[in-house]
Design a protein around this ligand. Structure first.
Ligand code: ATP
Length: 363
C-alpha cells in the first residue's frame, strides 16, 4: 500500500530523514516508534502530503505520490491535538471534509452516522464539540478522518493527550477499530508499550534512520542493536568474550553466566573479539528455598521498587561490572525481600540476544 524508497528530508543542513526505505502492506497496523526528534512525524507528514522529501520516492496504492497534494492522496490524518472545531457540533465536525465531495444530504447524513457508529459515538451528533470529554474528542477526530473513507489512516500521537487509564482503553478500541474497518493504519508514537500492543509491525527510528522493522514480538525478543533493545524496555547488557564465530551463530563467554550460544543476525561482525549480549529483566527468576535450576547465579539485593503486581530488583553479583535488573511477580514475596538479602537466581541461556553496538555495525 505504501512504498517509501530512499527518502531523505533536509532542513537546511540538518537531516531529519536519512535515506529511509520502507514497505507497508494493505490492512496493516504499522507504527513508527522512536524518541522525540527522530523524524517519525516528518515521515508521516511526507506520506500525508504535508511535507515534501528532499529526495526519494513515495508510492501510495501503486501511484507515484511524492509530489501529490494531500487532498489527492487516499490518506487521512488524525492529529495529536485533534484539530476539531469547538463552535461546531459533532455531526458538523465529522461532515466538514465531506462538503467538498458535494454529496446529497441523505448520503452525507448516512456517512456521518456510519462514522459515528464506528467510533461508538452513535447519537451524539448534536453535541457541541466543547462539551465533550477528551476520549470523545479523540473519537470525533477519528470519525472525521474515517468519514472520508481513506485507504490509509495516519495517526500522529493520537492518544498522548489522554490520561493513562483512558489511553489504555483507547488503545484497545483503536486496535478493534482498525480490524473492523480493515484499512492500513500508520501510527506515530514514542510510547513503546503502545506500539507493542497495537501494531502488526513496528519501525524503530533514531536520528532520521530506521534501526529495525519487525513484529512486536520479534523486535522485543530479538532487537538487533543495543539502542533498539534499550528503547523497547529494560535490558541487562554484558560485554562478552567471543569464543567461536560460526556461520549462523556464535559462542561467547558471558562472565558469571558462563558459555552462551547465540543466533547471529545477518551482517553481524564482532570487531575486537568482544560482543554485547543482553537479557531482559523478566527472564531472570528468583529461586526460593531449596528450588534448583540448571543455570543459577548467586547475588544480593541492592535495591527494590514495588509496582503493585511486580517488584523491580537490582541484584549485585560478584564479578559482574553492573548489577542486574530483574522483575518478579509478587506471588512469593519478592516485595518483602530486604536490601542486602542473599538470593539465588535462575536464567535460561537461550534468553540472551546478541546485539550490535549501533546500527552502522549491521550495514
Ligand atoms: P516529536 O515526537 O518530538 O514530534 P519526531 O520524531 O516526530 O519528534 P520530527 O518532528 O519528525 O521528529 O522532527 C525531526 C527533526 O527535524 C527534529 O530535530 C526537528 O527539530 C526537525 N524539524 C522538524 N520540522 C522542522 C522544520 N520545519 N524546520 C526545521 N527543523 C525541523
Amino acid at each position: 500500500m505504501i512504498s517509501i524508497e530512499n527518502v531523505s528530508r533536509y532542513y537546511g543542513v540538518y537531516k531529519a530523514l536519512d535515506d529511509v526505505s520502507l514497505q507497508i502492506g494493505e490492512g496493516e497496523f504499522f507504527s513508527l516508534l522512536g524518541p522525540s526528534g527522530c523524524g517519525k512525524t516528518t515521515l508521516l507528514r511526507s506520506i500525508a502530503g504535508f511535507d515534501v522529501p528532499t529526495s526519494g520516492e513515495i508510492r501510495i496504492d501503486g501511484v507515484a505520490s511524492t509530489l501529490l497534494p494531500a487532498n489527492r492522496r487516499p490518506t487521512n490524518m488524525v492529529f495529536q491535538n485533534y484539530a476539531i472545531f469547538p463552535h461546531l457540533d459533532v455531526g458538523e465536525n465529522v461532515a466538514y471534509g465531506l462538503k467538498r465531495l458535494r454529496l446529497d444530504a441523505t448520503e452525507e447524513r448516512r456517512r456521518v452516522s456510519d462514522a459515528l457508529d464506528q467510533v461508538r459515538l452513535t447519537g451524539l451528533d448534536r453535541r457541541k464539540a466543547d462539551e465533550l470529554s477528551g476520549g470523545q474528542r479523540q473519537r470525533v477526530a477519528l470519525a472525521r478522518a474515517l468519514v472520508m473513507r481513506p485507504k490509509v489512516l495516519l495517526l500522529d500521537e493520537p492518544l498522548s493527550a489522554l490520561d493513562k487509564k483512558l489511553r489504555e482503553q483507547m488503545q484497545v478500541e483503536l486496535r478493534s477499530l482498525q480490524q473492523a474497518v480493515g484499512i492500513t493504519f500508520i501510527l506515530v508514537t514514542h510510547d513503546q508499550y503502545e506500539a507493542l500492543a497495537l501494531s502488526d509491525r513496528i519501525a524503530v527510528m533514531f536520528g532520521g534512520r530506521i534501526a529495525q522493522v519487525a513484529t512486536p514480538k520479534e523486535i522485543y525478543q530479538h532487537p538487533r542493536t543495543r539502542k533498539v533493545a534499550d528503547f523497547l524496555g529494560g535490558m541487562n547488557f554484558l560485554r562478552a568474550r567471543l569464543l567461536a564465530d560460526r556461520k549462523g551463530d556464535v559462542s561467547v563467554d558471558a562472565a558469571q553466566f558462563g558459555t552462551v550460544n547465540l543466533a547471529k543476525p545477518a551482517g553481524f561482525t564482532a570487531s575486537d573479539g568482544h560482543v554485547t549480549v543482553g537479557i531482559r529483566p523478566e527472564r531472570l527468576r528468583l529461586l526460593w528455598d531449596d528450588e534448583r535450576a540448571p543455570h543459577e547465579l548467586t547475588g544480593r539485593v541492592e535495591n527494590r521498587a514495588y509496582f503493585g503486581e511486580v517488584t523491580h530488583l537490582t541484584i549485585g553479583v560478584d564479578g559482574l561490572e553492573q548489577p542486574l535488573s530483574m522483575i518478579e511477580t509478587n506471588d512469593y514475596g519478592a516485595d518483602d525481600l530486604p536490601v542486602g538479602a542473599e538470593i539465588r537466581l535462575a536464567y535460561d541461556p537461550d534468553a540472551f540476544v546478541l546485539l550490535a553496538d549501533d546500527e552502522m555495525a549491521l550495514r
